[in-house]
Design a binder for this molecule. Structure first.
Ligand SMILES: [Zn+2]
Ligand SMILES: [Zn+2]
Length: 87
């Protein structure tokens, strides 16, 4: 299994973010990155204790994809690019 950025769940009604299997992450919850949840002022759930920092072992690749979007791979390389874009 590939390691990828951990997703957390945010709900429309509430100011907490959750792990995907938390019982408080209900059907209206949507997956987002920890970074984004924090940026939107969500706080970590006391019950499921999701990570309170964005992934420390990598950051999002800074390269653009062919269709103009941001590459969504995570990388820990110094140049900020994933394996696909670092060459
Ligand atoms: Zn929770
Ligand atoms: Zn990339």
């Amino acid at each position: 299994m590939l390691l990828k950025a951990q997703k957390v769940m945010t709900t429309k009604n509430g100011n907490k973010y959750h792990l995907q299997d938390c019982r408080y992450a209900k059907s209206d919850a949507s997956a987002t990155d920890v970074k984004d949840a924090l940026a939107k002022k969500y706080v970590a759930c006391d019950v499921c204790k999701p990570p309170t920092k964005p992934d420390s072992d990598g950051k999002q690749c800074s390269a653009k994809t062919k269709d103009g979007g941001r590459c969504s791979r995570m990388t820990s390389s110094k140049n900020g690019k994933c394996w696909q874009h670092s060459n």
